[in-house]
Design a protein around this ligand. Structure first.
Ligand SMILES: Cc1cc2nc3c(=O)[nH]c(=O)nc-3n(C[C@H](O)[C@H](O)[C@H](O)COP(=O)(O)OP(=O)(O)OC[C@H]3O[C@@H](n4cnc5c(N)ncnc54)[C@H](O)[C@@H]3O)c2cc1C
Length: 225
């Protein structure tokens, strides 16, 4: 089997993987990103923060495309939380550091958002291969020196790299290949349920794009418009 060589191999093309791959490629390094799915693909996690939109996405060179994508604008958060039953709202713009044109974020459809970031990675020189599942790492002594993956035709492939980055997300168990384990918090013991609803009412303008967080006796929920 021939072994390709890159400076960096990234497993996973979600926001974490495409961001690190793009930033490293923008420094002139040869980067291969291996993504198990073929985009666009579903993912949970739609509500962004201003630092992501106006900081990270600006550094990636994708902020203008994001602004033109038509995602709902999120200006802050509205809460029914604490001692008082009346809802209260904070605006990102209350901070002097985020006032003006950077005082908002977006509620994104992750399938579209993640695809924008992955396409941007390609345009910045990252070699992106979709439908490629990383199933093991290559080791030399204590150092990881590459990755093994299955390509879309079912062929086993191997690639070597100075650095291998695991950005394969919370469902992946790739970390176990280097002896990693997952430790759950004994303190929180939280369980998250999520679903999608049609026809839900939005908050009134100008906060219609806000998240709404509501506490009740046994927990809390939040709604993303
Ligand atoms: C109920 C819930 C609500 C959430 N709400 C929000 C929110 O409102 N805002 C927010 O910012 N975050 C939210 N999150 C968190 C958010 O989903 C994650 O933080 C985010 O998706 C992590 O991005 P990532 O790139 O690290 O991983 P992922 O988005 O999980 O991407 C990992 C990628 O790796 C690929 N992959 C997996 N295994 C392999 C493999 N073996 N080889 C190659 N590729 C592989 C996957 O196909 C995927 O594309 C929420 C999470 C949950 C559970």
């Amino acid at each position: 089997m021939s072994v390709e060589d890159f400076d960096v191999v990234v497993a996973g093309g979600g926001p974490g993987g495409s961001t690190v791959a793009t930033l490293v490629a923008m420094q002139g390094h040869r980067v291969l990103l291996l993504e198990k799915e073929v985009f666009p693909r579903y993912q949970i996690g739609e509500s962004l923060l201003p630092a992501t939109v106006h900081g990270v996405c600006r550094m990636l060179g994708v902020a203008d495309e994001l602004a033109g994508a038509g995602f709902p604008i999120k200006r802050g958060g509205t809460f029914r939380w604490g001692a008082r039953p009346e809802p209260w709202t904070f605006h990102f713009g209350i901070s002097a550091k985020m006032a003006g044109s950077t005082s908002h974020a977006y509620q994104v459809e992750r399938a579209r958002f993640d695809e924008i970031l992955l396409n941007n990675a390609k345009s910045k020189g990252v070699v992106v291969r979709e439908g490629c599942s990383v199933h093991d790492v290559v080791e030399d002594g204590e150092r990881v020196t590459g990755a093994k993956y299955t390509d879309p035709d079912g062929n086993e492939r191997e690639v070597s790299a100075r650095f291998v980055i695991d950005a394969s997300g919370n469902k992946s168990r790739l970390y176990s290949k280097v002896g990693g384990s997952r430790n759950y918090s004994e303190f929180f013991r939280s369980l998250a349920l999520f679903g999608y609803f049609e026809g839900g009412k939005r908050l009134p303008e100008p906060v219609s794009g806000n998240i709404l967080s509501v506490a009740f006796d046994n927990g809390w929920y939040w709604v993303i418009p």
